[in-house]
Design a binder for this molecule. Structure first.
Ligand SMILES: O=c1ccn([C@@H]2O[C@H](COP(=O)(O)OP(=O)(O)O[C@H]3OC[C@H](O)[C@H](O)[C@H]3O)[C@@H](O)[C@H]2O)c(=O)[nH]1
Ligand SMILES: [Mn+2]
Length: 345
């Protein structure tokens, strides 16, 4: 990390349809940072933001004004709209959190500073090429275990840090319906690198990533109004991101920190959003598992555009949605480059 203070290197992106009173609980940890609030739904609605926070707020009207003919690629009436915040930020790191996530406590009863842990995760290397059975080898009080190749102990740069949730777990609708009262009470004191060539179900609730390393891959797809699926926004972004991280030799970590997820969304509404995705993902996953990208390409925007064309040819047979999604991926990159000209270079 450069000599620039952390608070000036990280933006917090919050998608919301609610007043942001939840920030009161986060004030000790979030107040020094700049917030990017993506107000979804009715742009004329006034949402309240507690005093003392430094923020910029974008409504659908703003997204359409800024992106013009590319605005359609940003979802409406779905938390996927958050990715617009990733695009407009000028900072190196993004932390994104849902507005029903609160400060969790560790087993000692201390409040968890999610930003402190995510940045620790981001600033220490990842180990995607060989699994360390004592988990994060760079953590105080642990190390690489016997038999771990010394040639791999430098690790690789970390592009993404995926945090978890106590209380309401991020279950899909079918699981939520059969286990409506299940709560996650298990605090696992661990951070792991997701091994190379292994996909994982990335949840956008408590997520940090390095915009410079992987930002253009974090498109949350076409969800919400007018789209046949929802609640696959973060999953899609996670699969695309992991394939590109594997291609570039970058790491994705999961585990600490935890947030307290307070609200279970309606499983019946969720099932309606998810059900096509539950079938389609049985083809999407093998597609991503077998996806290879041009070995000569290292630019994330270029890799993402190549991926878009492979989505069109490799998934278009499932449903016309995927052809539209491929177009959305392209429009996203054009929007990214419009707002981040340096990336074009
Ligand atoms: O139309 C909408 C609906 C919600 N939001 C904002 O998105 C955040 C998540 O909403 P919520 O907590 O109500 O839904 P969950 O089911 O818990 O969300 C999970 O599944 C969907 C996403 O993948 C999400 O990341 C997961 O956490 C919250 O901040 C709402 O205000 C919205 O912007 N537009
Ligand atoms: Mn929630």
């Amino acid at each position: 990390m450069s000599s620039v203070p952390l608070k000036d290197q990280l933006d917090i992106v919050i998608p919301t349809i609610r007043d942001l009173g939840f920030l009161e609980q986060w004030r000790p940890f979030f107040q020094p940072y700049h917030l990017i609030i993506i107000q979804d739904g009715d742009p004329t609605r006034k949402i309240s933001v507690p005093e003392g926070f430094d923020y910029e707020l974008y409504t659908r009207t703003d997204i359409e004004r800024i992106l013009g003919d590319k605005a359609w690629a940003i979802s409406f009436k779905d938390s996927a709209c958050r990715c617009f915040g990733f695009m407009v930020s000028k900072k190196r790191y993004i932390y994104t959190i849902d507005d029903d996530c609160f400060v969790a406590k560790n087993p000692s009863g201390d409040d968890i500073n999610v930003l402190e842990q995510h940045i620790k995760n981001m600033l220490s290397p990842s180990t995607p090429f060989f699994f360390n059975t004592l988990y994060d080898p760079y953590r105080e009080g642990t190390d690489f275990v016997r038999g771990y190749p010394f040639s791999l102990r430098d690790g690789v740069p970390t592009a993404l840090s995926h945090g978890l949730w106590l209380n309401i777990p991020d279950y899909d609708a079918p699981t939520q319906m059969v286990k409506p009262r299940e709560r996650n009470t298990r605090y696992v004191d661990c951070v792991m690198t997701v091994p190379k060539n292994t996909l994982f179900p990335m949840c956008g609730m408590n997520l940090c990533f390095d915009r410079d390393l992987i930002g253009p891959a974090l498109y949350f797809g076409l969800m919400g109004e007018g789209q046949p699926i929802g609640r696959y926004d973060d999953m899609w972004a996670g699969w695309c991101t992991k394939v590109i991280c594997d291609h570039l030799g970058l790491g994705c970590k999961t585990g600490l920190p935890y947030v307290w997820h307070s609200k279970a969304s309606n499983p019946f509404v969720n099932l309606r959003k998810e059900y096509k995705g539950i079938f389609w993902q049985e083809e999407m996953i093998p597609f991503f598992q077998n996806l290879t990208l041009n070995k000569e390409t290292t630019d994330v925007c270029e890799l993402y555009l190549e991926m878009a064309e492979k989505v069109r040819s490799g998934l278009g047979h499932i449903d016309p949605y995927f052809t539209k999604l491929a177009d959305g991926m392209i429009a996203w990159i054009h929007g990214w480059r419009q707002l981040n000209p340096a990336t074009k270079a």
